[in-house]
Design a binder for this molecule. Sequence first.
Ligand code: HEC
Length: 237
Amino acid sequence: MKISALAKISLALAATTILTGCHTDMWVQPKVKSQEKSKFFADGKNTRMPVEGTVPVGGAKLDDAYYTGYVDGKLVKEFPVPVTKELIRRGQERYRIFCTHCHGEIGDGKGMIAQRGFTLAQPVGNYHTDRLREMPIGHFYDVINRGYGTMYPFGARIKPEDRWAIAAYIRVLQFSQHAPLEDLDQPVRQKLGVTTAQATKQGPLFTEVAGFGAATQPAPAPQDTTMTMNEAEGGRL
Ligand code: HEC
């Protein structure tokens, strides 16, 4: 029987594949898999720890205030980063991602899961207490970084800059529920019937960010100023 040229080529190809494919030297070779035991080192580990004191490139965290919220064992009272509108906005966004489900949109500890059966030895923290209003800002950074009581730490998930951003936003929330009258801008004062200081002072940055009215925007008519924190920004603070 005559074998066609095509069949010959196919056979040759198959033979080459089978014969050369049988090499297992790449597969069976001296190597260690992660977490596997090894007899090579006396301690039985197959990888080495970095030499003590090793600092990763760009990883020397020398600025205690920025990285821990403490200086010489004391909570910092001042932000180690400039508090800008962008920082606060970022904090608002991060807060909504990481904190609202427990702490609620305004930080009163009435987040969805706190309301719906989430029970802990301690109730979820409420930011609107005198103790927390007077707490140095470093405390909020530290709570995010290392956790607090039954609240787990977020240090592994939220980077330092964002921890400060969230801390700044917590101050906004505190302010939103406890604003001194003289710090409210005109439409809000009008709504509250504060006549003495009307239209004399623009609200501070925090009020502006919280959605009570930006300096650049015309003040809304008095009947439109019934805005609460939750209604601000079209219902999505
Ligand atoms: C899974 C629910 C949960 C989440 C998510 C959560 N917390 Fe908490 N938080 C708690 C609980 C519970 C407490 C009270 C802990 C205690 O007193 O032991 C608390 C307390 C606090 C306190 C008060 C600390 C004090 O001095 O009393 C702050 C501030 C705080 N959390 C900030 C945050 C921030 C910021 C986030 C988001 C990055 C966050 N939490 C996310 C549950 C949560």
